[in-house]
Design a protein around this ligand. Structure first.
Ligand SMILES: Cc1cc2nc3c(=O)[nH]c(=O)nc-3n(C[C@H](O)[C@H](O)[C@H](O)COP(=O)(O)OP(=O)(O)OC[C@H]3O[C@@H](n4cnc5c(N)ncnc54)[C@H](O)[C@@H]3O)c2cc1C
Ligand code: FES
Length: 581
């Protein structure tokens, strides 16, 4: 194992995509010996310390073995040492053989492996390749790794690399890369990386957060069942969105909740025989004495102007007034933001999808956190734009808050640079244009086509799946291109045991049909119309009493239903069942 080259450079300014950027990625081989200091090599400098720099990422190493791979893949033969922006070009050590925490003697210095590299757009610039290159580099798994200097000393090309210590419980860099790219939803894999004693602090925090999400600790319910709230205020936010402030009738302090969570309502809508259930996000940071909702009035679909308008949203707009009493379930939901986490975050919304984002942003500001937040929002025009003034004020008053608003169809009254920043839809190209290079968490909420485009655009851009979070306001759908479920209709397993499903309140008994995906679909196939919203175990709108029998979940619910209840949108029977539908 040998050090083939030591490469350094100081940051310099270069043109890129019509802008001038500062980068230290153009490393040049050094003749002679170089001092390895704890923050960087002598003569070396880093432009963006989030990507390369600090104690855990002071030296970046790349295996020479990959040079050949990239020359063949890219059809090139013009590479020189430092080609990938690395400080050390090594021979005989690859991601498969190196573990997090391995200690290596190189010349007089003692180095310790900390983590893989996550490439940024500057690699494309350094390589003279197109903007897709960082993603190809990431997908290849040939990422190289960072080292911290634990004993300063000189080193030079030709020095032998001697392993001094290894932590057998640590993951190899290759395993780390695989888990980061593919398994951030798997608690066991995350725990495996976290067991690596010498993991860098930033990664430890990020992976701990992923683990918390992958394995949510059941939060104690604020209250069981429904609690009565009284509407205190009703405030129009735009021509289509109105906010409602609700206080608990019992006057007791409200339990804490996480910004981004929602409430479930049971509503007695005039002219509607049965109560309906709907969910609405709390659109403000946690307050001890009230919740705020911001609800969009749903018109009939554009292609069916004669259809009835949205039942609940129009009820709220037309009938709910200060003094109205509402039955509300405690906050729940897994789409939430930790305001005190330091990772830069991008909150991307369209239309009324801004409600969880406002709650998250307000929570960051209220916590006094300096977490960088980019609030990127798209709506049709100034008539439909809610809370614009509030957002502009936060962006003006807080250096860490950045705002970009687009109108798809501005009216004559809308002034660019004042009410909105540009015309058009929010796309990944807009994000690329707005966001300085960094590792971000992305939160998405808006209509399904908007989320599909952004989700796949972000993946193509090289954003790890685990960093993209989203919430549907309507029926959930598969976002990832090519991952749509193969239709199973009509391919029923004839040998499935025959169970009866009794829809108790409707007086309907039918045999379970293995060609449908859920008890909800079975009910609909027999003319029943139970309430639903997300159809994927998130919102609990479909929660029904399980009077007898047993079910299994075909999709694991985000949050289990109350005891004695079942989420019929994502379950099927494993015995005869009686449900309260
Ligand atoms: C987790 C979560 C959080 C949410 N947060 C918010 C929020 O913060 N703010 C918000 O505004 N919404 C939010 N929603 C959406 C909300 O729950 C409702 O789905 C929304 O208000 C529409 O409900 P509705 O009863 O008004 O419309 P529905 O009565 O459910 O109708 C939906 C649409 O179908 C059309 N329709 C009805 N009947 C027919 C028919 N026979 N033929 C053809 N079309 C028909 C209606 O015109 C309407 O366009 C959230 C949803 C979820 C799942
Ligand atoms: S419809 Fe949302 S959980 Fe069933």
């Amino acid at each position: 194992m040998k050090l083939l080259s030591v490469n350094v450079s100081l940051p310099k300014q270069v043109p890129y995509n019509g802008k001038i950027i500062t980068t230290g990625i153009f490393k040049e081989p050094v003749n002679g010996r170089v001092m390895a200091n704890s923050l960087n090599l002598e003569g070396d400098g880093q432009a963006d310390r989030k990507v390369h720099g600090g104690l855990d990422m002071s030296v970046y190493a790349y295996p020479f073995e990959h040079y050949k791979f990239w020359e063949e893949t890219l059809g090139r033969s013009d590479f020189s040492f430092g080609q990938f922006g690395e400080n050390l070009t090594l021979e005989g050590l690859t991601e498969e053989t190196v573990r997090v925490g391995d200690v290596l003697r190189v010349g007089d210095a003692l180095l310790q492996v900390t983590q893989p590299r996550v490439p940024c757009y500057k690699l494309a610039l350094r390589m003279g390749e197109d903007a897709e290159f960082p993603r190809r580099f990431q997908d290849s798994g040939r990422l190289g790794f960072y080292l911290r200097v634990i004993e300063e000393g000189e080193m030079g090309a030709g020095d032998a690399i001697e392993p001094v210590d290894t932590d057998g419980r640590s993951v190899t860099i290759a395993e780390f890369i695989h888990i980061y790219l593919h398994e951030t939803h798997d608690p066991d894999s995350l725990r495996r990386v976290l067991a690596s004693r010498d993991l860098g602090d930033a990664w430890r925090m990020y992976l701990e957060k992923m683990l918390e999400k992958a394995e949510p600790t059941p939060s104690p319910r604020g209250w069981e069942g429904y609690r009565t709230f009284v509407v205190e205020r009703k405030v129009p936010e735009s021509e289509t969105i109105t906010s409602f402030y609700l206080a608990p009738e019992d006057g007791e302090t409200l339990p804490p909740y996480k910004p981004g969570q929602f409430l479930t309502f049971r509503l007695e809508v005039p002219g509607h025989a049965n109560p309906i259930t709907r969910t609405y996000t709390i659109s403000d940071r946690p307050h001890p004495d009230y919740y705020r909702l911001s609800i969009k009035r749903e018109p009939p679909p554009a292609h069916q102007p004669d259809a009835p308008p949205g039942l609940s949203s129009n009820y709220f707009h037309d009938h709910v007034q200060p003094g109205t009493r509402l039955c509300v379930k405690a906050p729940r939901g897994e789409f939430w933001l930790d305001p005190n986490d330091g990772t830069p975050v991008v909150l991307v919304s369209a239309g009324v999808g801004l409600t969880p984002m406002i709650s998250m942003l307000n929570a960051v500001v209220a916590a006094g956190s300096d977490r960088p937040v980019w609030f990127i929002h798209g709506t049709r025009n100034g008539h439909e734009h809610a809370m614009g003034e509030h957002l502009r004020r936060l962006a003006a008053e807080h250096d860490n808050v950045h705002l970009h608003v687009r109108y798809s169809r501005p009216g004559p009254q809308d002034i660019e640079g004042q009410d909105h920043d540009a015309i058009g839809h929010v796309t990944v190209d807009v994000l690329k244009e707005q966001l300085p290079p960094a590792m971000y968490d992305f939160y998405l909420c808006g209509p399904t086509p908007f989320m599909k485009t952004l989700y796949n655009g972000l993946l193509e851009w090289g954003v790890a799946e685990g960093r993209i979070h989203y919430e549907f306001f309507g029926p959930a759908s598969v976002l990832k291109a090519g991952a749509e479920k193969t239709p199973t209709k009509g391919t029923g397993d004839e040998s499935s045991p025959a169970f009866d499903v009794v829809f108790d309140q409707s007086g309907v008994t039918v045999a379970w049909d293995p060609s449908v995906d859920s008890i909800l679909e079975l009910a609909e196939a027999h003319g029943l119309r139970p309430d639903y919203s997300c159809r994927s175990g998130i919102c609990h709108t479909c929660m029904s009493k399980l009077i007898a029998g047993e079910v299994t979940y075909v999709v694991e619910p985000a949050d289990l239903p109350d005891p004695g209840y079942v989420l019929i949108c994502c379950s099927k029977p494993v015995s005869d069942v009686i449900v309260g539908v």
